[in-house]
Design a protein. Structure first.
Ligand SMILES: [Zn+2]
Length: 198
């Protein structure tokens, strides 16, 4: 058995795409590009999983006067339409074997803080390790927040981690560039060019 790999699709939810409460420019296009990637390359992965921001009562993660660093407008309320995956991701969802929901009662930027939505209720690290996965590609929204945190945790957990930048969207140029520097310093591989709005 060779080195087994997984694709991790981070937070491609309506609230993080155009029209959502915390919209990232390019989000809908990234959702479509991820579906195309899964269509073309899904068979190359031994597993495909997704993460979802899923808030019940996340405390001061929500604010009516958000600073967009530690506090944010209300977004991805559990079971709400804003928490649903973007329609452009629908084709890719057929390949998704488990969804890892995070942030029920506190801020959670990394998919590795989530639990699977199946009977296992496994952490992402356990789920991947149980399936012999040693290598992951990370894609999704936002490059400078949840993609960054998920990729850093993946590398820290011992997975050989690559961020496919063409399949990510960032909130802002400055924070995205800072995130890419931090990822490289942590040993995460970066592939392709980042998509940033400004
Ligand atoms: Zn959140």
């Amino acid at each position: 058995m060779g080195r087994r790999s997984a694709l991790i699709i981070v937070d491609v939810q309506n609230d993080f795409c155009e029209g959502g409460s915390l919209a990232v420019a390019g989000g809908a296009a990234v959702a479509q590009a991820i579906s195309a990637h899964v269509d073309e390359h899904g068979g190359d992965y031994d597993a495909v999983v997704a993460t979802a921001d899923w808030h019940v009562d996340p405390g001061d993660h929500f604010s009516t006067a958000p600073d967009f660093v530690d506090t944010w407008p209300v977004h991805c309320v559990a079971e709400g339409g804003g928490a649903a995956f973007h329609p452009n991701l629908t084709p890719a969802l057929r390949a998704v074997q488990a969804v890892f929901r995070k942030g029920e009662h506190a801020a959670a930027y990394s998919g590795f803080e989530g639990r699977s939505d199946d009977a296992e209720q496994a952490s992402l690290a356990t789920w991947l390790t149980d399936r012999g996965i040693s290598r992951v590609d990370v894609v999704g929204i936002a490059t400078d927040h949840c993609v960054r945190a998920t990729a850093l945790d993946a590398q820290r957990e011992g997975f050989e981690t690559t961020v496919l930048l063409g399949l990510t969207a960032g909130v802002a140029r400055q924070t995205t560039e800072a995130a890419l520097t931090q990822l490289e310093q942590a040993g995460v591989r970066l592939s392709g060019q980042p998509v940033v709005a400004d």
